[in-house]
Design a protein around this ligand. Structure first.
Ligand code: CTP
Ligand code: MG
Length: 224
């Protein structure tokens, strides 16, 4: 069973406000992209990797792969206008015979190998998609403008991370339609009636959104 990874790294990183795309912001003295790429490269679960790079950063992405002596990176493709578009474009580079595709955000640099193992396992038990998630500890309310409409049952809520694992065919079907509204790949599989399950995520998979997140992830990296 061959497992391909798609590394979604094509975002602009507007909320981080760096002078370059977020994937190339500095983390531990290297481009942020290097951290998750190195962890995918080092995972025995992953066979090949396709990077969705920011437009005009395809070359520099390959250079990052070369700097960490990665042997599994098959290509870096130009990403799209949205995350789902970027995943769709990268998926076009994944060969038809790939059985499983793992989609990961470069914005979540600290990728533990245990989570890769956890999201892959349910795919051999009849699930088409698997997401890592954390239980929600805050009380969550649905609002409309200023008005609070209702309080959601916390027991029914989880906060979802990446890497997300999919049977390749299910992911291909999911991204073939209108993907403009989707913030993750699993929601597209769910929308098509696909069977998606969740496993325990990891707090270290924090998504770097702003400068404070970057500083926090940097401090965790120093502790490792
Ligand atoms: N992503 C992508 N292609 C896009 C937009 C996002 O591959 N067109 C990727 C980002 O590179 C990131 C992940 O999806 O790894 C999650 O997106 P987000 O955290 O929103 O990153 P950005 O879109 O870069 O940040 P911002 O929204 O602040 O501009
Ligand atoms: Mg974004």
């Amino acid at each position: 069973m061959s497992v391909w990874a798609v590394l979604a790294a094509a975002g602009r990183g507007e909320r981080l406000g760096s002078d370059r795309p977020k994937a190339f912001a500095r983390l531990g003295g290297r481009p942020l992209l290097a951290e998750s790429l190195e962890r995918l490269e080092g995972s025995d679960w992953i066979d090949q990797i396709v990077i969705a790079a920011p437009p005009d950063w395809e070359e520099p992405s390959i250079l990052v792969a070369e700097e960490i002596a990665a042997t599994k990176v098959s290509s870096a493709v130009r990403g799209g206008d949205s995350r789902s578009e970027s995943v769709r474009l990268a998926l076009a580079e994944v060969p038809e015979d790939a059985a499983v595709v793992l989609v990961h955000d470069a914005a979540r640099p600290l990728l533990p190998d245990e989570v890769i193992e956890r999201v892959l396992a349910p795919l051999s038990e009849g699930w088409e998609g698997v997401v890592p998630a954390l239980r929600v500890s805050d009380t969550v309310k649905r609002v409309e403008g200023d008005r609070v409409l209702e309080t959601l049952r916390r027991d029914d809520l989880v906060a979802v991370q990446t890497p997300q694992a999919f049977l390749a065919d299910a992911l291909r079907r999911a991204v073939s339609g209108d993907v403009s509204e989707a913030t993750d790949c699993a929601s597209l599989v769910e929308a098509g009636g696909g069977r998606v399950t969740w496993v325990e995520g990891d707090p270290r998979l924090l998504k770097v959104t702003d400068a404070a997140d970057l500083a926090l992830v940097e401090s965790w990296l120093e502790e490792e």
